[in-house]
Design a protein around this ligand. Structure first.
Ligand SMILES: [Zn+2]
Length: 470
């Protein structure tokens, strides 16, 4: 049976959990596949190997050294790190960009390892299940009932990972992380350093998200649960000093660590196209689009969406390959099965042919436009809350569809990934000077300060190595 008492590897006490260690590993493995499918692995074998090396060094001193830990850099611009039960630990390239020493990297991995060794997700899962489902849950992981149980569990865990684990678990992960840091030769104070850096990032991100009227993308529970000057956090970190190894210091300085980040992709990945200002550019499909000024453009792997700030309309763009040479009008009728298309008329984007009309899908009226470009149909579905709103937004929907064009030579550089580049500061300079040359659209000065741990008011000194974006 899955349920029952198990010994907590950290405290050594017995506690009631509904998941055995082998279930825990199985859930981890299943979730791992989903995580990889969702984010993708950041393809940089040298950096992956480096993160793995630091991670292994830290977990070899942990409470569950026999577990096989796997460290993965995810290809995401979000600033995040998390752990799955069973030893799967992730850090995004977005978070790596903000770290400034190997000890800070070890601190992030140590904190996540702490969640694994203390079995936080298992304990959280047990607590939720025990209260919400009572005894029936006992059977959820019985072999043979297999997959549905596991996927429920994965969903539950997914939610828990995104929300974080709550203050007590976060503090415990910090304490364990600091202990593993000290035992593996790093200064446990790095834990405070990394919290400060990421707390600043969080404040900045929240402020920007508010201005841009979108959800903020911040690291899981760590920072929402405690500020960097938190007394309990300080106590917890200080208590790790007893584990410090006098002769085995891995204090790798800032420069050595930064060198490893040279060339790291920063911000949006480019394989699915990039949003720059109110434009969208796709390198591989070789097209560009212009959206109405001020609209929020969101790029997802399978679709592109745009919305005015008022949220009373939504434009969704997808691409379908053409298999038969039929006119755009027939494409809408046959392929998209829009038999009841109204107000149909031909449109064009420069020399590209297309067709547009209105439909009602569910209760929402929508304008559907198809434009042909090369061997694909670009489908623009603009929906609004009412017929009146649809008439109001139709010119915007149509203008966006008609802006479809092959990339110009001036636009092609925009489709390249931004990368972190490491430079030595030679003469006295300021971040606002450096920001002028950085291809960062919003708050470039603040972004450079955040990247270098100099937010909000610091300046680089001659002789410093700093991160820039090119
Ligand atoms: Zn945490």
């Amino acid at each position: 049976m899955a349920g029952g008492c198990a010994q907590n590897p950290v405290s050594g006490t017995s506690e009631f959990v509904l998941m055995s260690e082998s279930d825990e590993i199985r859930v981890g493995r299943t979730s791992h596949r989903q995580i990889i499918r969702k984010y993708g692995v950041y393809e940089n074998p040298r950096l992956q190997a480096y993160v793995r090396k630091i991670g292994q060094r830290v977990v070899s001193k942990s409470h569950r050294p026999e577990l096989v830990y796997r460290f993965t850099i995810l290809d995401s611009e979000d600033v995040n790190a998390f752990a799955l039960p069973g030893g799967y630990i992730y850090i995004t390239r977005g978070m790596l960009a903000y770290l400034n020493s190997e000890a800070e990297l070890a601190a992030v991995l140590g904190h996540e390892a702490g969640h694994v060794t203390a079995r936080h997700s298992v304990r959280q899962y047990t607590a939720q299940q025990a209260t919400s489902l009572g005894l029936t849950i006992g059977g959820i992981l019985v072999p043979g009932l297999g997959t549905p149980g596991v996927s429920d569990l994965v969903n539950l865990l997914g939610g828990a990972l995104l929300r974080g684990y709550g203050r007590e678990h976060e503090l415990e992960a910090d304490r364990l992380g600091a202990e593993y840091l000290a035992k593996s030769g790093y200064d446990p104070e790095a834990m405070i350093g990394v919290i400060r850096v990421l707390k600043n990032h969080e404040l900045f991100e929240k402020q920007r998200a508010k201005e841009e009227d979108r959800e903020s993308k911040v690291y899981h529970g760590l920072f929402s649960t405690h500020p960097d000057n938190d007394t309990r956090l300080k106590e917890v970190i200080a208590s790790a000093n007893v584990f410090l190894q006098p002769n085995a210091s891995h204090k790798v300085g800032r420069n050595g660590f930064l060198t490893r980040l040279n060339g790291l992709v920063f911000g949006q990945g480019v394989q699915d196209g990039v949003v720059r200002g109110n434009g969208f550019y796709h390198r591989d499909l070789d097209f560009g689009l212009t959206f109405p000024a001020g609209w929020r453009v969101k790029n997802q792997p399978d679709k592109l969406t745009a919305q005015p700030r008022t949220n009373d309309a939504l434009l969704q763009i997808t691409v379908q390959d053409l298999n038969k040479r039929i006119p755009p009008r027939e494409f809408l009728r046959q392929r998209l099965k829009l038999k009841k298309l109204r107000n149909g008329k031909s449109v064009n984007a420069g020399r590209l042919p297309g067709y547009t009309g209105t439909v009602t899908s569910g209760s929402r009226p929508a304008r559907v436009t198809a434009i042909y470009y090369e061997d694909n149909a670009y489908i623009f579905v603009g929906s609004a809350k009412s017929e009146r709103k649809l008439r109001e937004y139709s010119p915007d929907f149509l203008a966006t569809a008609r802006s479809l064009h092959a990339l110009t030579s001036a636009e092609r550089p925009l489709t390249k990934a931004r990368r972190i580049t490491i430079t030595k500061v030679k003469t006295k300079t300021r971040y606002d000077e450096l920001a002028k040359k950085a291809p960062l659209l919003n708050y470039p000065t603040e972004q450079l300060r955040l990247l270098n741990g100099h937010y909000p008011h610091g300046e680089p000194r001659p002789g410093d190595w700093i991160k820039l974006v090119r």
